[in-house]
Design a binder for this molecule. Structure first.
Ligand code: 26Q
Length: 801
């Protein structure tokens, strides 16, 4: 939009006056942020309204992206960027004597997700708006986001994330769009005059679902879509006599906290209530909206697509069946045909223990009508498929089995499309996790490799790099990510590579300042910044990275005169509060950091910085400063990974196993520009099949490795007597579930190669450039375009090849 600086300043001062009844000099950065937020909302208001009006007038097909997590990050800067106002506002504020960086830092970062899955949903919301797709998000407005992580004595301590304390400028509470979600009670079938039966629910526990809408602003296209987050409240009819305090608390609890667990499905009734709550409210609001503009439900499948992000929203399937049959008088057959045409499902994990199931007894008690419908889906599935596939396969794949409701199976059976998030992952789904269902529905399976919001992760997070790219290839890459490819022309341009290095050093200095301020550690900006940022998980193998640090530490101690480039190992990782082993690894890293950082013999040659409370905002600071991107999961375990893509786009080289999208990154940037190592997925499966992995063999065969492992238990690292023993035992006594020892040698070899290659900065920056140039392939714009073409069947803005 068009806005002069003078106009902006006038508007801003007026806003401050209206909101705070005081002078600018008397306001805090938070006050200023809130005023600015209101202003941005006002500037965007007509776009938001007109986008909705336009979709209605054109009767555009709507996509609804259901996700139990969204990690949008701070919105001020990205909204300003997308509205084309960033420079005007920044300069205007500077002229008013204000600090734009401090104002944007005052915005709370909504932690409504755990990690990759939630951030992916947010990247896709950005791309849907930017491609002009009629895309809507549907999720939960958690009162408390993912815990805030602090370290005490090296241990993780979790504090509540009270992100709504000062309100949320971006949301609109839409009480007029609220609906009832019903739990429990009993169902009976009432005979109808026409001889049919109608399901009547009685004595239900009713919850009022109130939507809060947040605008998702598209990039330079006047489109603003909606992310709708639901909050659980008392029904307006409730009074003190009918609603006991216990019942009130039960309602409050539904949207109170995000489950801080991305490791395995927790058998918690509250989690099931959360899942049904936002699934039901979302589908009700879709059908209501649809009904306003259409006659007859037959059009439904042409007008809406519902996407199920992992299994958490799978209950949209039986919920849509319920609404179509019980409220809109559809037959089972019509309702089922519509439902399966509307639904599509993305799987994000191949870890068996992370596949959600619910005990039938719990499910039935909490959702009696939905249970009837799931049981009928199950019955019909068995009837239809047993003659073709036999009883055994059908028993293994039916929605109900072993006393459980199997959510992934229900999702596959009730959708027309099932996708994995990287080619290897999709292959493994077909061959392993969902093999039997792949036999039944081969045509449903497809791959959609993940993508990232390049505008947020490069343009906003790394402005020096974005400007440098612009100076060479112009700025159209911001909308046409494939144009980044043309940067390869500069692969041998020494002057450009020097500029690239200067950008990196500048970003490293910013991160170094933060590390100094928060951890008190001095780090050198000419050191290799070796970065691992992701949830703490055994399969992600932060432990392998730790072994490299111990190796480097011992090498300096052994040979103080040897010359190697300085290194800084940077970690960011939260552990699920109940994940004991992951927390032990955190303690180990912090204890090692203590040892290394304070050893005078080490000096500034080796540092370890475990930055607490990793999240979207810290990612924006860390990623632009990285030289090396650690992507070292056990092959076959990481579905895709997305930090690998963000780091690549910022010019880090990948030190990576052949897992998830690492494989595609290596292919895109060229093997010569990455550091691949380790067992292949096939080799890992080979070990499983033969059952002949012997971790102790690696320990016994390699004296260097043995020495490193022994430091866990011999007092070399102070303060970890319990954790050190536990980790040591996990490797030797319990045979190293994630093949850390098997991959040690090839990992270290690549680490040595990195140390060697880093010395030649021109060559090194050439590799960095190759990564940046190849990263366009992993833009979320392209990923979302593929979903739109192949799954949702909706039009989108054109993207060049
Ligand atoms: C389930 C039940 C109870 C409580 C919590 C959960 C739960 C919550 C979050 C289970 C899983 C998750 C999140 C999973 C996740 O983030 N997966 C990641 O998804 C990314 C986007 O596709 C991939 O890049 C990563 O490889 C994958 O690990």
């Amino acid at each position: 939009m068009k806005l002069t600086r003078a106009q902006f300043k006038e508007d801003f001062l007026a806003e401050i006056k209206t909101l705070y009844a005081t002078d600018l000099s008397d306001t805090s950065a938070l006050n200023q942020f809130i005023a600015l937020g209101h202003l941005v909302r006002r500037y965007d208001g007509s776009n938001w309204k007109q986008t909705g009006d336009r979709y209605r007038q054109h009767d555009d097909k709507q996509v609804y992206y259901f996700s139990i997590e969204f990690l949008p990050g701070r919105l001020l800067k990205s909204n300003l960027l997308n509205l084309g106002l960033l420079d005007t506002v920044r300069q205007g504020l500077t002229e008013l004597g204000l600090d734009f960086a401090a104002i944007s830092a005052a915005e709370p970062d909504p932690g409504l997700g755990n990690g990759g899955l939630g951030r992916l949903a947010a990247c896709y919301m950005d791309s849907m708006a930017s491609l002009g797709i009629a895309g809507n998000g549907n999720g939960i407005r958690y009162r408390y986001g993912l815990f805030k992580q602090v370290f005490m004595d090296g241990y993780q301590v979790e504090l509540p994330d009270d992100w709504l304390r000062n309100g949320n400028v971006w949301e609109i509470r839409r009480e007029n769009k609220a609906c009832l979600v019903r739990f429990g009670g009993n169902v009976w079938m009432q005979p109808q005059p026409d001889g049919s039966l109608k399901a009547i629910s009685e004595n239900t526990d009713d919850v009022w679902a109130v939507p809060y809408d947040v605008g998702m602003v598209g990039y330079h296209n006047d489109v603003t879509n909606t992310l709708r987050l639901w909050s659980a409240e008392l029904p307006p009819s409730a009074d003190n006599t009918t609603f006991s305090q216990a019942r009130r608390d039960r309602i409050d609890d539904i949207t109170k906290v995000l489950y801080p667990d991305d490791s395995n499905s927790e058998g918690q009734a509250l989690r099931l209530r959360q899942e049904y709550f936002f699934s039901s409210a979302g589908v009700q609001s879709i059908i209501r909206h649809f009904g306003l503009h259409h006659q007859g439900v037959k059009e439904l499948a042409n007008k809406i697509a519902i996407h199920i992000n992992d299994t958490h929203p799978t209950l949209v399937i039986p919920e849509m069946m319920r609404l179509l049959m019980d409220e809109h008088h559809c037959s089972w057959e019509v309702a089922w045909a519509l439902t399966t045409q509307v639904m599509s499902y993305t799987n994000h994990t191949i870890m068996q223990e992370a596949l959600e199931t619910w005990p039938i007894e719990m499910f039935k008690g909490l959702l009696p009508r939905l249970y009837q419908i799931v049981a009928e889906i199950d019955r019909r599935y068995r009837v239809a498929k047993t003659p073709i596939f036999g009883e055994e396969l059908v028993n293994r794949t039916a929605p109900l089995g072993n006393g459980q409701v199997r959510m992934a199976f229900l999702a596959v059976i009730g959708s027309h499309s099932v996708n994995g998030v990287a080619p290897l992952h999709t292959e493994l789904l077909k061959e392993d996790v969902l093999r039997d269902l792949y036999q039944v529905y081969p045509e449903r399976f497809n791959n959609k490799t993940n993508g990232i919001a390049t505008r947020r992760w490069v343009q906003l997070a790394n402005e020096p790099l974005a400007n440098l790219i612009d100076s060479k290839i112009g700025s159209t890459w911001r909308q046409q990510p494939n144009e980044l490819k043309t940067l390869t022309a500069y692969q041998h341009d020494a002057k450009f590579l020097k500029q690239l290095m200067a950008v990196k050093v500048q970003n490293k200095a910013a991160l170094a300042a933060y590390i100094k301020q928060t951890l008190g550690i001095d780090i050198r900006t000419d050191a290799i910044f070796d970065v691992q940022i992701k949830r703490l998980h055994a399969y992600k193998r932060q432990l392998l990275h730790v072994f490299e640090i111990i190796r480097e530490y011992l090498a300096i101690k052994d040979q103080p005169e040897a010359v190697e480039p300085a290194r800084v190992h940077i970690f960011g990782a939260k552990a699920a509060p109940s994940y004991h082993y992951a927390k032990s690894i955190i303690k180990l890293i912090n204890a090692l950091a203590d040892l290394v950082n304070h050893d005078p013999a080490i000096g500034d040659r080796l540092k370890v910085a475990f930055i607490p409370n990793y999240g979207v905002s810290l990612g924006e600071l860390i990623i632009p400063a990285a030289d090396v991107s650690e992507q070292i999961s056990t092959a076959s375990k990481e579905a895709s990974g997305t930090s690998n893509m963000k780091l690549m786009a910022n010019g880090a080289v990948s030190l990576a196993t052949l897992d998830g999208a690492n494989i595609d990154i290596i292919e895109a940037a060229g093997e010569a520009n990455e550091y691949a190592f380790g067992l292949t997925a096939k080799a890992v499966y080979g070990y499983y099949q033969r059952g002949d992995y012997q971790a102790a063999d690696f320990y016994n065969a390699d004296p260097e490795l043995k020495r490193i492992l022994d430091t866990l238990i011999d007092g070399t690292i102070p303060g970890i007597s319990t954790e050190g023993r536990e980790i040591y035992d996990s490797l030797l006594k319990y045979n190293d579930e994630f093949f850390v020892l098997a991959d040690y040698e090839s990992y270290v070899q690549q680490q040595r190669q990195i140390a060697h290659d880093y010395e030649d900065q021109t060559q090194w920056q050439g590799k960095a450039l190759a990564n940046i140039a190849a990263s366009g392939v992993f833009s979320a714009d392209l990923a979302v375009a593929r979903y739109s073409d192949d799954i949702w069947q909706v039009p989108h803005a054109k993207l060049g090849q």
